[in-house]
Write a protein that binds this ligand. Sequence first.
Ligand SMILES: Nc1nc2c(ncn2[C@@H]2O[C@H](COP(=O)(O)OP(=O)(O)O)[C@@H](O)[C@H]2O)c(=O)[nH]1
Ligand SMILES: [Mg+2]
Ligand SMILES: [Zn+2]
Length: 292
Amino acid sequence: MIETKEGLIIKLCGGFYYVQDAQGKVYECRLRGKLRQQVLGGDRVKITVLEEGRGILENIQPRRNQLNRPRIANVDLALIVMANDRPAPSSALLDRLLFLALFHEISPVIILNKCDLPEDPRAASLRAYYPRAGFTFVSTSAETGEGIEALARLIDRRVAVLAGPSGCGKSSLLNLLVTAQTKTGEVSEKIGRGRHTTRHVELFPLLNGGFLADSPGFSVLDLPAVDSRDLAEYHPDFEAYREECRFDNCLHYKETDCGVKRACEAGVIAQFRYQNYLAMLEEVIKNERCYR
Ligand SMILES: Nc1nc2c(ncn2[C@@H]2O[C@H](COP(=O)(O)OP(=O)(O)O)[C@@H](O)[C@H]2O)c(=O)[nH]1
Ligand SMILES: [Mg+2]
Ligand SMILES: [Zn+2]
């Protein structure tokens, strides 16, 4: 009898596709003939099981979303990491990553790592704003282990990618989350090797059934083709105030009688958050002029 299974692509390497099934068993697969689409990490696939943990990849299920750097599909969570200090956090980069996550229909989690270090004033302003504005926010330290359990619970059974500037502790967090949850040291060795080979996208399985990929997660250099009128919709903390704008198509830019600007003047929306929105808006408007 031919046995078929469904699973998740957790690694691509040397023409082989590694597929993990719901029970956690990994199959080394080859493709059946040619597929129309390129197979990506995170793809949900159907395989025909052969002997000894091998299989044939038959097809790819429709994708919920797809990122380009790294090439990865069906991402549920973006773990956006900033350091408490060294390097000091950038709200402009954070807001850009928040927008990109929401644009790709990925739930963002803001992580302020290195909370064992004295807090930079810029970190303090992030901590003061984002949790109050409704964002999921976790303080962690890869040094002391603080917040790691809470983070593992947040990831739960979902597929998460790490994003954030170099040096903020992404690889350290990945190492802790993966090794804290596996019994062998085998995995951390693999992470060490995998770190510099970005072509080999790998999802690391966590014990509770989730997966984590270490990577920039997004290309932050270019904003996707979003309509300038839609940019504010990817700012959930603006939503309640948008209703109070006089104009339906308000960009919250040069218009008068704008609810978002009023909320900003009242200090409900942080000044830096609104300024970062304006910077992205101007970039989006400039792109619209170029491509129209
Ligand atoms: N004090 C402190 N140092 C950390 C923490 N997490 C990472 N580091 C250090 O910060 C540096 C960069 O960490 P790494 O994980 O490579 O950052 P990545 O570039 O984002 O992957 C390394 O020297 C780490 O040991 C932390 O929570 N606290
Ligand atoms: Mg790294
Ligand atoms: Zn407005």
